[in-house]
Design a protein around this ligand. Sequence first.
Ligand SMILES: [Zn+2]
Length: 156
Amino acid sequence: MPAAYYDDDGNRVKQCTKCKKVLPVEEYYKHAEGVTADGLQPRCRHCTLAKYREQNRRRAKKRKQKSHKLNKLHVDWIKEQKGKLSIRETARQFSKKFFAYKINPSTVQRIFAGKIHVDAGEQDTISIYDLLAGASDLTGSVEDYVESLDPKKVKL
Ligand SMILES: [Zn+2]
């Protein structure tokens, strides 16, 4: 990792490990003491911020996917609505009952049709959101896609 140094004009500069630009040390955030020899972040301010933005974006995406995770309770509740409520109404009531959870009517339809089951006590079930998002990238059916996944985690 290149540390800060003095250039030919006597300016203290440092090369960013990401964008490779040689910039004045003022363009770098300080690092926690003792981590780097010069006490500065290896990436320039611009690249450091870009890194955090990307991390935040990924974490936000993860949170969003978590909120779409259906467990047995959810699936059972949806099954109970079959014959009582329409698909659309079930989806609407679902988000009311389970607070922030939103569900796609097409997922309700699949559960009504008996095409999605969640095992009892299965903590690590795959998110239906992931499942449908992944399936849309395939030319085959959702069933084909699910077959390519760990069969212990998803059952159709
Ligand atoms: Zn940079």
